[in-house]
Design a binder for this molecule. Structure first.
Ligand SMILES: Nc1ncnc2c1ncn2[C@@H]1O[C@H](COP(=O)(O)OP(=O)(O)OP(=O)(O)O)[C@@H](O)[C@H]1O
Length: 462
């Protein structure tokens, strides 16, 4: 039985084989950063730098790694991939591959993310690639981009807080990091904290357990800029909301810049205290929508140039036509194509692209619950006509099911408020927000409405 300490060298042996097997850039991209973090007789846990690497290696190289280990040990070993902190220790909320559908980082080698540094004040680490220079501006993000630039140029003077919201994978984190980089460039001594709400919550809980609240407060209430990502996770967490309320006030009163991101408007965050909602709305709420076709192509071209990958126009068009709602996915598709090309040494054509992306495209098509399906299902349930979902008729027996259908569309799909409004007879986004709130209230007050909505949601999510 191999001892725990011998396994890193087992992995190092495999790694050095791969060095001769793969072109240098592929090796550097995928294998060089991998470390062995844990081992047992029949299993090995390998640490990878980010969720994307975990998914990519799982999909493309795991079989090869298992085969190679079998050659070395004579045994069939299970290999798990785990995201680890870039200094090699496990991240506090590390995920294994099966947890990772959220591809968060790009695939090029990732620089070490600095831990909180008392001198520079950087917490969490800013991805060096997420700068204003690498951010492609389109109609979808123009306002958020302009606001972010203004904040970077005049922290705490332009908009405070800046509240960036929009669906997943559309560049909120990128803009926050860009603000951090730009401020540091103008003032290398600025104390900047970037962190996710999840991390803020975890650190707060840990501080509570260890009686270390003063230190925690000192850390986040004395920065020049606080960049807090994914504040929708404050929803339903009373204690952490209370803590963040005071953090916010302290920073705001001392004229420090606060930038927040969320996947929805502040007023739509479930069970977020009114005093926080109003504070989040004090400054500028700036939304990011899904990019249009031209912006998607521009993003692909920019990313391809960064990867030094020659992207044929037809391939760019194909990817941009087929992946529209999430830039992270767009980027994932490009990296898949670029890696294949660098691995085989062949230029990429349309047929190969279709073949490479067929899984992604199939998964996307299968997972797409359409608004029409929701409307039909809800209309059937309440025995009204499908056409009532888009009609202007307002009697309660029609208006309520229609509101419920909008609510379900909002919860189960990634459509924007405007798209939902359009699909329900050309209503505006305010009507959709109103419908969602009304259904929330009805569900709270009436168990039978709650039962029906839960039932419909469960059926539609299958
Ligand atoms: N306008 C853009 N130009 C260039 N790259 C972009 C742009 N928007 C997003 N990206 C890239 O897309 C990927 C996803 O963006 P990001 O992580 O900022 O999304 P997000 O909105 O924060 O998502 P989530 O809500 O899931 O946290 C990143 O690699 C980012 O660099």
């Amino acid at each position: 039985m191999p001892s725990v300490s011998s396994s890193p060298s087992l992995w190092e042996t495999v790694k050095s084989d791969f060095k001769t097997l793969f072109p240098e850039d592929v090796f550097k991209l995928w294998f060089e950063p991998i470390v062995c973090v844990e081992s047992a007789e029949d299993s090995l846990t390998l640490g990878v730098p980010n969720d994307f690497a975990a998914i990519w290696i799982n999909d493309n190289y795991l079989d090869l790694i298992v085969q190679r280990l079998r050659l070395s040990t004579g045994r069939l070993m299970t290999v798990k991939l785990k995201k680890v902190d870039l200094d090699g220790s496990s991240a506090p909320f590390a995920s294994t591959t099966d947890a990772g559908s959220r591809i968060k980082t790009t695939a090029a080698p990732v620089r070490r993310a600095p831990r909180y540094d008392e001198k520079t004040g950087i917490a969490g680490g800013l991805n060096p690639r997420n700068t204003f220079e690498t951010f492609v501006v389109g109609n979808n993000n123009q306002m958020a981009h302009a606001a972010a630039m203004a904040v970077a140029q005049a922290p705490a003077q332009a908009y405070n807080p800046l509240f960036i919201y929009g669906d997943t994978g559309l560049g909120k984190t990128h803009l926050m990091h860009a603000i951090g980089h730009a401020i540091l460039k103008n003032n290398p001594h600025a104390k900047i904290a970037y962190l996710s709400t999840e991390k803020f919550t975890n650190e707060f809980i840990q501080a509570l357990q260890e009686n270390a609240l003063p230190k925690f407060r000192q850390r986040y209430r004395h920065v020049d800029v606080l960049l807090l990502d994914d504040v929708q996770f404050l929803g339903n967490k009373e204690r952490i909301q209370e803590e963040f309320f005071h953090t916010f006030n302290d920073l705001f009163e001392s004229s420090k810049q606060i930038v927040l991101s969320s996947d929805r408007r502040a007023s739509e965050i479930e069970k977020l205290e009114a005093r926080l909602v109003s504070r989040f709305e004090w400054g500028l709420p700036a939304d990011i929508q899904a990019p249009d076709f031209e912006t998607r192509v521009a993003i692909l071209r920019t990313k391809a140039a960064t990867l030094k990958f020659e992207l044929p126009p037809g391939v760019a068009t194909f990817i941009a036509q087929n992946i529209s709602k999430n830039i992270r996915r767009l980027e994932g598709a490009l990296i898949k194509v670029a890696s294949y090309s660098s691995l085989t040494g062949k230029p990429i054509d349309l047929a190969t692209t279709e073949m490479l992306l067929q899984d992604v495209l199939m998964e996307q098509a299968q997972n797409q619950l359409t608004i029409e399906t929701i409307q039909k299902r809800v209309a059937d349930h309440y025995q009204i006509r499908h056409s009532d979902m888009t009609s202007k008729r307002r009697p309660n027996n029609i208006a309520i099911p229609r509101q419920i259908a909008m609510y379900i569309t909002r919860t189960l799909t990634k459509h924007s408020l405007q798209e939902i409004g359009d699909a329900y007879g050309g209503r505006d986004h305010g009507t959709v927000i109103h419908a969602c709130k009304a259904v929330d209230n009805m569900m709270e007050q009436d168990a039978s409405v709650r039962g029906s909505v839960e039932f419909l949601k469960a059926q539609l999510s299958r």
